[in-house]
Ligand binder design. Structure first.
Ligand SMILES: *Cc1c(COP(=O)(O)O)cnc(C)c1O
Length: 462
């Protein structure tokens, strides 16, 4: 064994302690760390020829790189839909690496059954029935891709084509209908050989809504004259957190032939709160469902879950057995369910957080985030320099400059807010108007944080 490696082996516990101490200092300072890195990253260092050992690696990381890492896990980083990492989930994440299990198959370990237990808990948390099975993937983009891949295989079943063998081209043109799809949907369509141009945008409800007009969707389906299609319903849009009427869309399945995929990346968490659960009524009727976990469950990157009612088709797409051995029977190993073969025990941080805080603890995060978003929305509404672009429906505040909201002025405002180190919001375009989004999804965010965000926005927009 190389001497530095042997040295680290002999003092592995001390190295972990050093990492723990460093992490503890960083986490303690997280709420006051600037939200965004200032200045350029350091120049690239040459590949180390002689290793310096684990302690030196921590020291070098602390000196060269950590100072430029963002405070995105902190309470006032409201860009995108980011979330943080609960204490127990960080502990679970560390242990994932310490145990370093490969979840491709059972491999002499109980780890795959822990993932199955976690998936079953999540299924219950989001109000799905036992007909849905699931697996962990890296994020909502991967989850949407897997859901649409199963949908593509289903189209083959309807048309008498074996897509996993014949290829997507054998289907001919595929129709994917959606009202306000996330950008990851056309990306998935590109990956799957369906093609980005096959996305048909269905008109939205009138009156400042991002939810699909179900009557317009029905008209589009009728125009297909019986040709099967894929419908992507959206439960929680990124600008205004609007929800498609999932029940009404699912009811169309009686008359039209389509695969229903629901992108509930963060909107799925409405199911945790009795007050908001009606927003995702009908989710269980979906053929496939995407929910992100590194957003509102507040587990570390990268984690999401995908659910489907048609695991048989999922196995057709993703199975990794030799074709002449046939498809796996019984409970399939995870390598037959998702794009990866070898995969980490991504479920463990989520398992830890659910054990540590339960449904009630996670419900409280969602309820508090929504209350704070409404509070910021009311505050912004009262500022002379800003105006809301939409009512605050759940956890995102979408707003713009009261006057002359050009893209340049909005970008400058976003930069000024980030430059203060106090808060982070991201530019968007909503209804053709450039604006900003403040998305609440972090477990740490408090009323005091929200006041600080409002203060920075008031100063930067006056
Ligand atoms: C964030 C998001 C995605 C993509 O999620 P990643 O985890 O970044 O891949 C997809 N859909 C919606 C609605 C989202 O909010």
């Amino acid at each position: 064994m190389h001497p530095t490696l042997a040295g680290d082996l002999s003092r592995f516990p001390e190295l972990l302690q050093s990492a723990r101490d460093f992490a503890a200092r960083e986490v303690a300072g997280l709420a006051e760390r600037p939200v965004a890195a200032a200045g350029p990253a350091p120049a690239r260092a040459p590949l180390p020829e002689d290793g310096a050992g684990g302690d030196a690696a921590i020291a070098r990381f602390a000196e060269r790189w950590a100072p430029g890492f963002s405070g995105s896990a902190g309470p006032r980083y409201l860009g995108f839909v980011t979330g943080g990492a609960t204490p127990a989930s960080v502990a679970g994440d560390w242990l994932t690496s310490a145990f370093d299990q490969n979840l491709s198959g059972a491999g002499g370990s109980w780890a795959a059954d822990l993932e199955r237990e976690t998936v079953a808990w999540l299924r219950e948390l989001f109000g799905l029935g036992e007909a849905h099975s699931g697996a962990f993937v890296t994020g909502a983009t991967a989850s949407n891709t897997v859901g649409l891949a199963i949908g593509r295989e289903w189209l083959g079943e309807r048309l008498g084509v074996d897509v996993s063998h014949a290829g997507a081209a054998a289907l001919g043109p595929v129709d994917v209908l959606s009202g306000s799809p996330h950008s990851s949907v056309p990306k998935a369509m590109s990956v799957l050989g369906i093609g980005r141009d096959r996305l048909r945008r269905v008109p939205l409800l009138p009156g400042n809504r991002e939810a699909v007009d179900v009557a317009a969707l029905e008209a589009e389906l009728a125009r297909l004259e019986g040709r099967p299609a894929i419908v992507v319903a959206n439960a929680g849009t990124v600008n205004t957190v609007d929800f498609d009427d999932l029940r009404a869309i699912a009811a169309l399945k009686d008359r039209y032939d389509f695969w229903l995929h629901v992108d509930a990346a963060f909107g799925g968490f409405a199911a945790l709160c009795p007050e908001y659960a009606t927003l995702v009524d009908g989710l269980d009727a979906a053929d496939s469902v995407c929910v992100d976990l590194h957003k509102w469950l507040n587990v570390p990157y990268d984690a999401a879950v995908q659910f489907t009612r048609r695991r048989d088709l999922q196995v057709k797409v993703f199975h990794n057995a030799s074709p002449y051995l046939g498809l796996p029977a019984g409970e399939p190993d995870f390598l037959h369910l998702t794009p990866e073969n070898s995969r980490r025990l991504r479920a463990l941080p989520a398992w830890f957080s659910l054990v540590a805080y339960g449904r009630a603890g996670h419900r409280e995060i969602v309820e508090r985030n929504v209350a704070l978003a409404r509070r910021l929305g009311a505050g912004i509404d009262a500022l002379p320099g800003l105006r809301l672009l939409a009512p605050v429906r759940l956890n995102v505040v979408c707003f713009t400059l009261a006057e002359d909201p050009t893209e340049d002025r909005i970008d400058a405002l976003a930069r000024a807010v980030a430059g203060s180190g106090e808060a982070y919001v991201t530019p968007t375009v909503y209804g053709g108007v450039a604006g900003l989004r403040a998305a609440f999804s972090n477990w740490r965010t408090s009323e005091a944080d929200t006041e600080r965000v409002l203060g920075v926005l008031a100063a930067a927009s006056s």
